[in-house]
Design a binder for this molecule. Structure first.
Ligand code: NAD
Length: 396
């Protein structure tokens, strides 16, 4: 089958197996090319197939030499439908991990469910014994609560007041004003239930209860703060409230694990093109402006560079992990540098449809968006016939 991108807004409904594999290989090569990390040995990554979770898994395996279990929600190819990008990414990851002689397993299913937690615990027990790092990197629009059966939907909305700011259609380059009405109390509650810390806490409780969390284990989840211009819709909106809940969960987990020498952190990461961030209004235009400025300064990073720095300069350093006054790891430090933010803000004020390709790196954004699905990747012949059916080694 000849696979071309098919987009609907910020969603791409097709993915290319060879392009995804090349993107994964590029990240693996990056991790292998860096000094190795004296880090975790057995790692569970929940939300492991794309974005920050995938990069965390790659750094664990190819920079720290760890065995990994990846849990993710992705679909295999069926009929004329390709598999999802995370499926192809994970197939490529599993193959590379096996070739490197690392133990590596995939569990495909709903991480929010009791069933997937139980299955993961069994697998840890039989194959790894215990895990010493748990990365929680799930980003989802929905969650069904395992105990009550209620299905929650998350929304990205401001709280209290209507928010209006610039946004871009990253396919056409048209800059318009986005207006978002404030969330209701119920939308806020549901967003916290999806993207807050409850499920992370449940995972750690169950892993501990089952005796498969090593003494002194570390757990980390990811958050975002970002610039003033997105605060009303992100940090002070529904998602920000969910992130506050996630951060409170980290403090609680840190107290609970601390009794055995363990640690729990939230790492605040840089804004990057992922399937999740492309869905947030305003953010793609901000990311385009940010990319332009950070590339000009020679400090641009993608998921793999961010995660390598998180592991090597924050989580696995001799001595204390550096955190800010709220106890958060700040790997968004370069994004938030005052000179970078001042330059982005200056450009933001001037951005229009006419100058968006000069003032921002919208072209880079657009290309990275397609690369998430394995398109626009060098060395892939997109006119060639490819088999969309790819199996994942070691899937349990
Ligand atoms: P992503 O969409 O690339 O990855 C999400 C992962 O979650 C995928 O592996 C997906 O399969 C998995 N997933 C979704 N629903 C699932 C389910 N029900 N069961 C199992 N797995 C499921 O997202 P991302 O951008 O890498 O985000 C990961 C975390 O990083 C989030 O907490 C996000 O808020 C945070 N973060 C993202 C950015 C950014 O700019 N992208 C910046 C800072 C922090």
């Amino acid at each position: 089958m000849i696979i071309q991108p098919k987009t609907r807004g910020f969603i791409c409904t097709t993915a290319h197996p060879e392009g995804c594999a090349k993107q994964v290989t590029r990240q693996i090569d990056y991790a292998k090319g860096k000094p190795s990390i004296e880090g975790p040995k057995n790692v569970l990554v929940i939300g492991a197939s794309t974005g920050y979770g995938l990069a965390s898994r790659i750094v664990s395996s190819f920079a720290a030499g760890a065995n990994t279990i990846g849990v993710y929600f992705d679909k295999a190819a069926e009929g004329s439908r390709t598999a999802s990008a995370g499926w192809y990414n994970s197939a490529a990851f599993e193959e590379a991990a096996a070739a490197a002689g690392l133990k590596s397993y995939s569990i495909v299913g709903d991480a929010f469910s009791d069933e997937i937690k139980a299955k993961t615990i069994d697998l840890i027990r039989t194959e790894l014994g215990k895990v010493d790092l748990v990365v929680y990197s799930v980003a989802s629009p929905r969650r069904t609560h395992p105990k009550t059966g209620e299905t929650f939907a998350s929304v990205i909305k401001p709280l209290g007041a209507t928010y209006t700011n610039k946004t871009v259609n990253f396919h056409s380059g048209e800059v318009t004003q986005a207006t978002i009405e404030p969330a209701t109390e119920d939308e806020l509650r549901q967003t916290i239930a999806v993207m807050g810390g409850e499920d992370w806490q449940m995972w750690i409780d169950e892993l501990r209860g089952a005796g498969v969390l090593a003494e002194g284990a570390t757990t980390v989840s990811y958050s975002y703060i970002g610039p003033e211009i997105t605060h009303a819709v992100y940090r002070e909106g529904t998602i920000g409230a969910a992130k506050n809940d996630l951060e409170a969960t980290a403090r609680r987990l840190n107290d609970q694990l601390g009794a055995n020498g363990g640690r729990a952190y939230v790492s605040v990461n840089k804004a990057l093109v992922t399937q999740s961030s492309s869905a947030i209004p305003v953010v793609p235009l901000y990311i385009s402006a940010l990319y332009k400025v950070m590339k000009e300064q020679g400090i641009h990073e993608g998921c793999i560079e961010q995660m390598y720095r998180l592991f090597s300069e924050r989580l696995y350093v001799s001595g204390e992990t550096p955190v800010d006054e709220k106890g958060l790891i700040r790997i968004d430090d370069w994004e938030m540098r005052p000179d970078i933010q001042a330059e982005v803000a200056k450009r933001w004020a001037d951005l229009t449809t006419e100058n968006v390709f000069e003032l921002s790196d919208l072209e880079g954004y657009r290309r990275e968006f397609f690369q998430l699905f394995g398109f626009e990747t060098d060395g892939v012949d997109y006119e060639a016939d490819v088999d969309p059916e790819v199996s994942i080694l070691n899937q349990r």
